[in-house]
Design a protein around this ligand. Structure first.
Ligand SMILES: [Zn+2]
Length: 217
């Protein structure tokens, strides 16, 4: 059995693109080996910078914060729904999810993450980046019904305003990964292992993660 690890994480650096509401991240050299004898950077960034996971508190007053969620939420079996044929800002519907799962022959539930491949990670930093397809309300309700642990997308947000997916998934403690990358490499792979552990930010609304998929062939 061959074990392959796929990095699903965007690079984090000064100027990494972020949602317009947020400041651009800064990775600033605080000390360096030549002058100080050791090297360290200062990070100035919003929790939702680069590849990250949203906690319920991001949209829900009194919702669970990132430090309050069980680690089981962040270690899942995964499957990718191909949404790359969707147009600009087009809704990803319940039937899209149902058909994709049927074609893959998987039934998902607790302990699973459903990821959406749009290809919009390739447009990061361009104005068109924000025209990504978004998960709709019916599809989100369906995922709640299935009882999945997490959902993710390779775009700056899981949905378009007025944010039906955030408002449906987060109240049900389904965590949301955004700005994933390399999902194309997982198309057709059933039940790979997904790991995306957040920092233990006390009262955090989200956290940057190093997201990976482990594929066994
Ligand atoms: Zn977020």
């Amino acid at each position: 059995m061959v074990r392959k690890i796929i990095d699903l994480t965007m690079p984090l650096k000064t100027g990494s693109p972020v949602f317009p509401a947020y400041p651009i991240p800064i990775v600033h050299t605080w000390v360096n080996v030549k002058e100080h004898g050791f090297y360290a950077n200062l990070l100035l960034l919003v929790e939702h910078t680069g590849t990250h996971v949203d906690s319920p508190a991001h949209f829900i007053a009194d919702g669970k914060t990132i430090d309050e969620l069980p680690l089981e939420k962040f270690i899942c079996r995964g499957v990718v729904v191909d949404a790359s044929m969707k147009g600009e800002k087009e809704e990803i519907k319940r039937e899209d999810v149902e058909n994709a799962l049927k074609n893959l022959g998987v039934s998902v539930g607790p302990g699973w993450i459903v990821l959406f491949y749009t290809g919009y990670d390739e447009l990061a930093g361009r104005p068109e980046w924000f025209n990504h397809p978004g998960l709709g309300e019916e599809a989100s309700k369906y995922l709640v019904q299935l009882g999945v642990s997490a959902v993710g997308i390779d775009a700056p947000s899981i949905d378009q305003p007025p944010f039906p997916a955030h408002k449906t998934l987060l109240p049900n403690d389904i965590v949301v990964y955004e700005n994933l990358t390399n999902l194309k490499m997982l198309l057709g792979v059933r039940g790979f292992k997904f790991i995306g552990l957040p920092l233990k930010i006390v009262k955090g609304s989200a956290s940057p993660v190093r997201a990976i998929a482990i594929v066994e062939e």
